[in-house]
Design a protein around this ligand. Sequence first.
Ligand code: ZN
Length: 1201
Amino acid sequence: MSIFSVYIANEMAFAHSAMIRGINSIYNQAPHVHKAKDIADFLFFVRSWADWVGHHHQWEETLMFPGFEKVIGEAGFLQSNLDQHHAFEPGLKKLLEFATHTKVEDYKPDVLRAIIDDFANGLQGHLKDEIPSLLAMRPYDSAGLLAVYKTCEAAAGKQEKPSLRPTTDNAMLSRATRLLPKSIVSTLKLPKTTFPPRGASPVDQALYLKKCTDDLYAWQRQNRSDHTAFVLHDGPPYANGDLHIGHALNKILKDITNRCQLLKGRRVDYVPGWDCHGLPIELRALELWRQSQPESASHETPPATVVREKARALATETVEKQKKQFKEWGIMADWDNAWKTMDKAFEIQQLEVFQKMVKKGLIYRRHKPVYWSPSTRTALAEAELEYRDDHVSRAAFVKYPLHVPSIHKGLIKRLGGNPTDISVVIWTTLPWTLPANRAIGFCPSIDYVVARSRRHGRLLLAHSRIQEVEEKCEETLTEMVVFKGSDLYSVCYEDSLWSNQPHIRLLLEADHVTGESGSGLAHLAPGHGSDDYRVCLSRKIQPYSPVDDRGCFTTDACPKDPTLLASKSVFTDGNLAVLQNLESTGALLAVHDYVHKYPYDWRSKAPIILRATRQWFANVADIQNAALESLEDVKFTPASGKSRLESFVCNRNEWCISRQRAWGVPIPALYHSKTHEPLLTEGSVDHIISIIAERGMDAWWTDDELDPTWTPPSLRQTSGETVYYRGKDTIDVWFDSGTSWTQMQPDDDRKPVVADVYLEGSDQHRGWFQSSLLTSTACQDGATLEDGKTLAPFKHLVTHGFTLDKAGTKMSKSFGNVISPQQIMDGSLLPILTKKGKDGAQRKIQDSMGIDALRLWAASCDYTKDVVVSPEALKKINIVLAKYRTTFKQLIGLLNYHDPSTASPRLEHLSTNHKIALTHLSSMEETVAAHFERMEYHKAINALNRYVTSDLSAFYFESVKDAAYCGTSVQRAAVQATAYEILGVLQDVLAPITPLLIQEVQHHLPEALRSTPHVSLTSRQIQPRPAEGVSSRQGDLANVELDLPALMDLLKAVQSLQEQARSDKKMGPALQSYIAIVPRDMTGSSKIRKLMLEYADDLDDIFCASAVQLMSPAFTPSSEVEWHYVQEIETVDEKVLVYVFAPQQQKCVRCWRYKAPLNVEEALCERCVDVLQNLKKDRPELFVEGAMDTGGTSAAVVGQR
Ligand SMILES: [Zn+2]
């Protein structure tokens, strides 16, 4: 403690106005106080003092000091609410400025008068006697008193210069300090801690961060090797671009989950991963390569090896960057052993999964329409699509003449004997698919009609669609005959739009055709539509797709005039050319714009097409049931996740797994150089894996095209020469990341590996969750488990929503509304505070929030929905975090002298307010633990915040102030034992959420209370609490728990009456009041009466008043009582009058409770007399004769007893 602190501590107790003056003088005389350490000490003691004053005084008194008034005013502290300590902090800085700069001229009259009195006491000679008359001559205002002060100052200057040491006979010391023996002051136990009121320094933060992440992870791996493992399997982030707030939400939720399990005694196994292959990285690599090329070469496509090298470098760099950021968020993980999908070991394990699927016959190659992105020139999976509702297509009604010879007799009869010159009408939203037309679909059960059109002849369409066709063609049709769709079986039509020779094609029954849209007849292009493909396949009609990988027609599209369509884009000029051809041949009935839902490439945001290509597929249909069954044993948070995942699995029969890109794991297929037939068997994949293990993955691309090594030896021998070349396709990246379950360490090699938790964003139901489930299911052999069951790779599947801005819009780079985690940590989202500097200039100040704020934000979100990030929400987080700091600071302050190894009082010996506190604590701990168990972190935080604000701050801290500061050693021991218990639980509860704060708390705990080095878990985890004492807080609390509702109801009434009295300026602190509880019923059956009698000894503390009395119904405060307030309440089915009234004894000079006898100057209450007497026995040196004599009255009071 510095000299200033001693000075202030002494002054603090009783003479606060003099103390402020003391501060002023200290700062005027001691410039070196500006050293950081001294400022910290100073601030802390001013804080303690403010606390003290708040306990004992009305704030108005402190406002006598002009600087302070301004300070408090600025800090929004005028409401005298001690709960808002955090708001007081900036005020303290201000106080420093004022304390060092306020001039005597600015003092209010009362302050000046106090100083003059001090001078009078300190001076010798004639001036001492003259001062009263000087004062009498001057008016009692600032100017008058200032004149007297100046006279005193001049006189004092001629005398001995005031010394800073309070132990010397110092003229500057206040009257009060000298009047009261120093021994009384030293009996007050003021809270003391080094815990900084604001965040730790950057150096300390870095130290805490390391301790609560890397050190803690290593510690638990080593010390809990035999504990049950908890495995949260990391859904790999994509190794491209900067991390955003969504990443923070995800990783922090995972970390909180891990830390909660750690608290429960599990060993945490958390190995992070990265998803490194795929298009976005490949596209960036291409862009970089093009930038490095001369203009002439920049349009070429570089060899795959160049792309791969650049992509690998990009991914490697990003992984390191992201890892650094993740670590900055306090994520505890096995960072050194993180896996990447581009690691050789990962790739080989992925190929082994692929191989198992090949062995089971689940992988096949097929020529069929797949989602194709012309903008990125590759096949896409369903999971890579984004649907837009506002896509506009140029839709067309087109007619094809019926092929007369194919019309059977029955239909001819129904057509009135004349089957000629009839056309079928089709409607399509994609006219560009017409060159690939292979059939027309109809519905056998609906009615069709032949109707006459003046312009287009006889038209065949669904009866229900006449009106639609009339509207679009802008003419009235005349109905001729109606017949059932079933009459159309085996009827053909002629397509001569694109070839010189007309093609005769079939009308087919198609289950997806209805009478509800278009013309009730569907054009089928099996090369460009899934339904079309399915319907045509049943009639062995092959898919046809005259469109290249850029989405442009090939010369095959229009054989009669190859240049008509070739190289034209199906989205633009190609579609237009098709429509023009339809019009010129008279086939076009009408065109119109049509707005509908349409798939887009999620990366390039450009529309995609369906295009028949030769691709590799995984058969999902065969494993669908097993996959769905495995979900029965999975827990879902939120519960709706189950049906969502199920629907994605159900709606997929096959999975297109080949991609035409270079940056990925190759489909390990070989092709015959002459027939181009693929070779893919369990054995061939096995051989290829062995070569990759030996030569590395890049060799697949760099080795000579016909290098025989890649061909299995058996095939090399039979053919005599190598005729196989390696395929260029790579595996879908969802397959890569989907096999990441291979990275988990199995407990038992014979069983599938299952993670305790998978936790990702809700978009992963169709992405990673699904691909993980499918690959894992595919690799399981029913025989591995006793009951033949399949296991999902996760026991608990948790999904979180997206991050939205305050307007509820999804955050996206393109909207420019993205908030970075860094912005939350550095506080730049909060309003900038403007502060006036010493030079009078306005300065902008940023309120930095730190890692814990980011984490507390994540924990406070109801992540099962989309979450909003706004400055308002963050401001609240900051306030809550400040409240935690204040709470810990108060607890550590109370524990300053505590040694847990010495016996702590047993629970039954604690007074009721402690028991109430422990009941509140148990209830909070139980609630929070239940929420943690269900991973409802925001609910845990809410419960915790309620506890801290009302139970702890408004009740317990208030109720123990007297015992803690002024009480006997027994009373203090009870406070400390309870505070120690509360501190432990609070650390437990907050360790998973704000680990840095907890590490900092550990650092500032008194030596005896600190836990194992390097471990941020609470001491209770590492060193179990003693079973004795209050820590075994069961049993005896049951009674208090029962009585708690009535006690709290009474307290609420008392507090509300005190508030009224305060606003009427009758009283200040709660101690300045007496309380009477008057049950209407005073018979033995009154529960309230019983309660009051049972807790009689503890009522003062519970209600935080100087006296609490149980009175009979006849009670009314006597006329001598200055003031009183009364309220009737009903609790436990009883009516009770609650009185708050003026104290009937005087204020004890030591503890400031109104319990000291009247008519005694400087009186002490009985308890304080006891304390001083005991102290005198233990530490007689504090009772130096001289000091006591000088003090006079206090010694007399002690002696009176
Ligand atoms: Zn007292």
